[in-house]
Design a protein around this ligand. Structure first.
Ligand code: ADP
Ligand code: MG
Length: 682
């Protein structure tokens, strides 16, 4: 097996210039060519008479050149007419080389592959693939694969390279025979041979059928590689060392006694899962998922208390200053009465305050430190950090997860996210984390009513704002996202604030945007939190985490510009108290299809998981996870909507393969993931 792998892992034997181009296709080692599978197939097994060929699908025709000319108007182009026994066809080339002209000398016999369409001057093919042939040249016996490619790498070049590797490389199995038998998988060698050079009896539609055993085999292998590498990452972590954290329950009891509510069953359940992790001698990496408003913060506080009881420090990191500040206030409010020291660290602190916070962390006098990513920068030391909590984890991404690792012992990590990840995605991309889900909202919440409103009805919306304030409730008014220009967005927010303040004179209207200084933002949030401001005009900076239960109306301008996750997050800012809450989504026509689809989803659904599932359908996993997750290799063959059964099978079998057939697992990973070491490390 090692020998076979050596060959497979050899770099491509091609000229450097070509190697560079192939590299763009991810083709570096010889075996990569074997895994470079066709996008589709062309049928060159059959010649159509020109006038009998169907429209709208690629066809192969053959004829003699009867005329050719280079035309200069309306633009430079080459026009060639060919004729067979049935009639005449025009071939039109907009890009062409002088050398191509030679091919089309009058009387030359030419085969052209392309789609025929009805042009102004009769039937024509635009940019067909052509070649000159001699009379009676045999047709292809089977379908011709068409590969993904880049500029400068032609299909014939790829075909030749791939054919040669298929002939010379051994194609051994990497999966244990019992797994192959159990899942009734086609052999790897048969699968790749079939897809690269299909036998004559296969039609193009059969070959692009996802259920074709050959595709099933490759998809399974790909998913298995992903699962194996995730399991390995999981294992590597289990081998790391972390402090065993067991609390006495003393501080927790005190907090429970002071809370105005009781935990939901779901909160209790996840807390139990976290406690069990903390008591282990290896680092916890647990993702705590819960829809907006499900009450993750109090769970974080209770987990922190256990670590503090056990004599450790806790760090809580949030992605924005506003959110960090809010956590700081909330957690100080809960913990300070228990005699604990809560410190605050953010990038915008003055030097002296910062030094003080750093000193409290380093000396161990700070029990809990709340802050932004400033918490995990160089020069920040903890005396005995036992637990790191990351709120809104999806905002940080894989990179930050790694940055938390330290020399020697690692702290336990609790990551919280309100962007619910659909189950398939979680299985696929977070298989190296343990996941807890808070799957119920605290009782007593009245469902949010969502309204879609054309922005021409803005006056009615302003009236409703007034009515809401008159009932003692508060209002968020979110200004449109203007991606092209932050300055423009700022102007819009300032202008909206001015207008609303003028129209709603009896209420206090605040303004919050990303360009304000941290202490200004904090002051505005505090004023809104204490109902000194009834209306808060804001840019999307308030998207994550802000918690003001007395706010019951959310107005979002130009909702059609926002993504689903963002809309769900924004809407989740209301519906936190007992008052009936309303979210008004203002939109402007005309709506793009994708905007319509999004607004429909947000209108019809309240469950974040369902919204995320729909979002995944609309956007696909790549965009869903965003560029931040770039450490994760995208699937090439499998897809998370259709191949869920294969994914489940791979997930189930991966641990067994690692345990019983470690060499097979290694060979499989080598085949599928070599050159993606970064992923394995994550
Ligand atoms: P999220 O999960 O979105 O971070 P929060 O932690 O901000 O949600 O909680 C939302 C609101 O619900 C807060 O005001 C919080 O104090 C309150 N809350 C949390 N747990 C409960 C509970 N079990 N019963 C009632 N209210 C709760
Ligand atoms: Mg939160």
């Amino acid at each position: 097996m090692t020998h076979a792998n050596d060959l497979a892992g050899q770099p491509l034997n091609v000229a450097p210039a070509l190697a560079k181009k192939l590299d763009k296709l991810g083709l570096r080692r010889r075996f990569d060519l074997v895994l470079h599978l066709p996008l589709r197939y062309e049928d060159e097994t059959h010649l159509y008479p020109i006038t009998a060929a169907p429209y709208g699908q690629p066809v192969l025709v053959e004829g003699r050149v009867i005329a050719h000319e280079v035309q200069f108007r309306p633009r430079k182009q080459l026009l060639v007419r060919i004729e067979d026994a049935s009639g005449v066809l025009l071939l039109r080339f907009i890009h062409f080389y002088p050398s191509q002209l030679k091919q089309f000398a009058d009387g030359a016999l030419v085969r052209a592959m392309g789609e025929i369409r009805r042009g102004f001057h009769g039937d024509e093919m635009v940019h067909p693939k052509t070649r000159e042939v001699v009379d009676g040249t045999p047709l292809a016996e089977s379908l011709t694969p068409v590969y993904p490619t880049v500029n400068g790498v032609t299909q014939p070049m790829l075909r030749k390279l791939i054919r040669s590797e298929l002939q010379s490389l051994p194609l051994p199995e990497t999966l244990p025979p019992s797994v192959i038998a159990h899942l009734q998988l086609q052999s790897f060698a048969d699968a790749v041979r079939l897809l690269h050079s299909p036998p004559p009896e296969y039609s193009a539609s059969q070959l692009s059928e996802p259920a074709l055993p050959a595709w099933q085999r490759l998809k399974f292998d790909e998913l298995m590689a992903q699962q194996l590498s995730m399991r390995l990452a999981y294992r590597a972590r289990r081998q790391g060392k972390a402090p065993v954290v067991r609390g006495s329950g003393r501080l927790r009891e005190a907090l429970f006694a002071s809370l105005p509510f009781r935990l939901t069953a779901a909160q209790h359940k996840v807390l139990g899962e976290i406690d069990a992790d903390l008591a282990q001698a290896h680092p916890m990496h647990r993702l705590l998922q819960g829809d907006v408003g499900s009450g993750k913060t109090v769970v974080a506080a209770l987990a922190a208390l256990t670590a503090i009881e056990a004599g450790f420090q806790v760090a809580l990191m949030a992605p924005t200053e506003i959110l960090a500040e809010q956590h700081y206030r909330k957690l100080s409010g809960w913990l300070a009465p228990l005699g604990l020291t809560v410190s605050w660290l953010s990038g915008s602190l003055r030097k002296k305050q910062k030094e003080q916070a750093l000193e409290q962390m380093a000396s161990g006098t700070a029990h809990l430190v709340v802050g932004t990513h400033a918490l995990f920068q160089d020069g920040v030391d903890f005396a005995r950090l036992g637990l790191a909590i990351v709120d809104e984890q999806h905002r940080f991404g894989v990179g930050q997860r790694l940055a938390l690792k330290q020399k020697g012992e690692e702290p336990h990590q609790l990551m919280m996210s309100a962007t619910p990840i659909p189950r398939t995605l979680a299985m696929s991309f977070y298989a190296d984390l343990d996941v807890s889900v808070i799957d119920e909202l605290p009782p007593g919440r009245t469902p949010i009513v969502t309204k879609l409103i054309n922005s021409s009805r803005r006056e009615e919306v302003v009236d409703f704002v007034h009515k809401t304030c008159s009932e003692g409730q508060q209002v968020y008014w979110v200004c449109p996202l203007i991606e092209e220009s932050e300055t423009l967005q700022l102007q819009t927010a300032v202008e909206t604030h001015r207008q609303l303040a003028a129209q709603l004179g009896q209420w206090h209207v605040g303004l919050l945007h990303g360009r304000m200084k941290a202490d200004e933002k904090a002051a505005v949030m505090a004023a809104f939190g204490s109902n000194q401001l009834q209306i808060l005009v804001a840019t999307t900076v308030i998207e994550v985490g802000v918690d003001v239960p007395n706010a019951s109306l959310m107005v979002i301008e130009h909702a059609e510009r926002m993504g689903l996750a963002q809309l769900h997050q924004l809407r989740g800012r209301v519906g936190r108290g007992s008052a009936r809450s309303v979210c008004m989504l203002l939109f402007e026509n005309p709506l793009s299809d994708i905007a319509k689809a999004r607004l429909k989803v947000i209108y019809e659904n309240v469950d974040g998981f369902e919204i995320a599932r729909q979002d995944l359908l609309i956007r696909g996993p790549g965009e869903f996870l965003g560029a931040r997750q770039s450490g994760v290799p995208m699937l090439r063959f499998a897809n998370l909507e259709d191949d869920i059964e294969l994914l489940e099978a791979a997930r189930e079998l991966a641990p067994e393969i690692l345990a019983r057939w470690p060499e097979a697992a290694e060979a499989h990973l080598e085949r599928w993931l070599s050159g993606r070491e970064q992923f394995l490390k994550a």
